[in-house]
Design a protein around this ligand. Structure first.
Ligand code: NAP
Length: 247
């Protein structure tokens, strides 16, 4: 229970990677606030955490709206008095080849995956500065560094997170706040389930470990960054991709 009574906001906690992160943090004693587009989507993870004897706060909102971040952080501070960690995990895809990608699909992905993380970072900065410490983790992606056909919008948004994290790490380091990106490879969730078979096969062929990752493969690294041994890591992009990026 090395995160006993730490308070952490995890966006996109209803499914996939975010759900695994929320549960693994709760198992280590953290109080977890989970956010999704609908509070009803969080019933399952809330029940799992309650069964572990943990504390869970369910929050609803669209992260592309700056008010969602402000309200969510205010709710955590009002409930538990502080916010020790932010895991900006919620994200979307709107895949299409460039010739067919419209401006709306480009903008939606940028507003959700990049601007949404910025809004959350801004909202936690004040309380974390007051507390003289905090840990922020953005969920990036291996494709931000290597590119992926059909995902120009998604790759641009995730690559933006790298610059955001590095700049924020420099600005906030003197206040004891760390900011990092965990960049998964091909993880078995609803998001990758949607991919066409050919795209899935192409990804699988590149993975050195010859298997897709699990949400738990990712939650372990996120948990490390939030835990007692992660305090001297900041401004980094850490891949958890089974060797996919090696080619
Ligand atoms: P997922 O299974 O599709 O789940 C997405 C989560 O984000 C859900 O909880 C969803 O909530 C929430 N969400 C989506 N749009 C939102 C919005 N506008 N406002 C608030 N919440 C929103 O995704 P995943 O595969 O677990 O991916 C999690 C993160 O890892 C994402 O940032 C993704 O880009 C990144 N990632 C995933 C992979 C992969 O292979 N799966 C690889 C690299 C990076 P609802 O349930 O309410 O819809």
């Amino acid at each position: 229970m090395d995160l006993q009574d730490q308070t952490v906001l995890v966006t996109g906690a209803s499914r996939g990677i975010g759900r695994a992160i929320a549960i693994s943090l709760a198992k280590r004693g953290a109080k977890v606030a989970g956010l999704a587009t609908k509070v009803a989507n969080l019933e399952g993870v809330g029940a799992d955490i309650a069964a572990l004897g943990g504390s869970f706060l369910a929050l609803e909102g669209d992260i592309s709206d700056p008010a969602t971040a402000t309200n969510a952080v205010a709710a955590v501070v009002s409930e538990w008095g502080r916010i020790d960690g932010l895991v900006a995990n919620a994200g979307i895809t709107r895949d299409n080849l460039l010739l067919r990608m419209n401006a709306e699909d480009f903008d939606n992905v940028i507003q959700t995956n990049l601007a949404g993380s910025f809004h959350l970072l801004k909202a936690v900065t004040k309380p974390m500065m007051k507390q003289k410490g905090g840990r922020v983790v953005f969920l990036g992606s291996v494709v931000a560094s290597i590119g992926n056909p059909g995902q120009a919008n998604y790759c641009a948004a995730k690559a933006g997170l790298h610059g955001l994290a590095r700049s924020a790490a420099i600005e906030l380091g003197s206040r004891g706040i760390t900011v990092n990106v965990v960049a998964p490879g091909f993880i078995a969730t609803d998001m990758t389930e949607e991919l066409p078979e050919a795209a899935r096969a192409a990804m699988m062929a590149k993975i050195a470990l010859r298997r897709p990752g699990t949400p738990e493969d990712v939650s372990g690294l996120v948990g490390f960054l939030l835990g007692p041994n992660g305090g001297y890591v900041t401004g980094q992009v850490l891949l958890v991709d089974g060797g996919l990026s090696l080619g």
